[in-house]
Design a protein around this ligand. Structure first.
Ligand SMILES: [Zn+2]
Ligand SMILES: [Zn+2]
Length: 295
């Protein structure tokens, strides 16, 4: 089969870390920690073998990229869990119609989370069950911001929130437009959960939230460790640049020039072509002059 691009997603590390990371990090049972460390090693060996087989089948002239969209961190022992809607409830900004099933009573709710990193103001102008007037938008937003900033985890006494931003300020982390929440927040790597709302640069104990990027292939540096920060969105334009493909419309990333053997490869090629073209023109000119002299 002729192919140009092959891509796949391996979910094993993500799924496995949800199951084992906390025990692997700090289970009081040393033999369990050892067994889990063995399990961790074995799934990396298995993934490595799979990648090896794919790379071999792809051949030497293929560009190979191994990329992750996030890392994972264990939760600091003692953290009691983090339910943003409960924080909003305590601050009087949200009411549950059913406390047990956590069903929201929209007629008494000013703001709510959506299980991502966003908090939304229950605006009349936006939702059929909205109760907040546009004129109260800023006031309610500040109540939410203040509630998040003053919250302390009852187990550790720490604030889980690494940042709380208003939507128009979220460009700082590359977010903008109507699709993002009225308030955008990020939590510390040691706060509850293995990954999700945690800040992408976070590191805690044996974990790291940083993504992985390994590149190999023609035009790419070998044995080189990138020091600059790259974004997952940078992969596509970089591969396009190397493969001489047009960059897709709406592509947000940048070419990772630092990973390229010759960042000016296309310019170098263009200069060579220009020189050859000039020589060709010169040859044609000389030949024309010669034929003229024979006439
Ligand atoms: Zn994931
Ligand atoms: Zn996950």
């Amino acid at each position: 089969v002729e192919w140009h691009i092959y891509y796949m997603h391996a979910h094993a590390p993500d799924h496995t870390y949800h199951k084992i990371l906390n025990d692997l990090d700090h289970s009081p049972d040393a033999s369990l920690r050892e067994k889990l460390a063995e399990l961790e090693r074995s799934f990396y060996i298995s993934l490595d073998r799979m990648i090896g087989r794919i790379a071999e089948a792809a051949g030497e002239d293929a560009i190979i990229a191994i990329v992750s969209d996030h890392g994972a961190c264990p939760t600091e022992p003692g953290f009691k869990g983090l339910r943003v809607n409960l924080i909003l409830e305590k601050a009087g900004l949200l009411k549950f119609a059913d406390e047990e099933k956590k069903v929201i009573d929209w007629s008494q709710t000013l703001a709510f989370e959506d299980r991502s990193s966003y908090i939304w103001i229950n605006l009349k102008s936006r939702y059929p069950d909205g109760i907040v007037d546009d004129s109260d938008y800023e006031k309610v937003r500040w109540e939410v911001i203040n509630a998040l900033h003053s919250y302390r985890d009852p187990g550790t006494g720490k604030s889980p929130f690494a940042f709380v931003l208003r939507r128009e300020e979220a460009r700082l982390i590359g977010l903008h437009g109507d699709m993002i929440g009225d308030i955008v927040f990020g939590i510390y790597p040691e706060a509850p959960g293995e990954h999700g709302r945690h800040i992408a640069s976070g590191e805690y104990s044996i974990g790291s939230m940083k993504g992985l990027l390994i590149l190999k292939g023609p035009g790419l540096k070998r044995g080189f460790k990138l020091e600059n920060t790259v974004n997952i969105a940078d992969l596509v334009p970089t591969v396009c640049y190397l493969a001489k493909l047009p960059v897709p419309r709406d592509c947000e990333g940048r070419i990772i020039y630092q990973a390229l053997e010759d960042p000016d490869m296309h310019l170098t090629e263009l200069r060579e072509l220009e020189e050859r073209y000039e020589r060709l023109e010169e040859t044609i000119r000389v030949q024309r002059a010669l034929t003229h002299s024979y006439e």
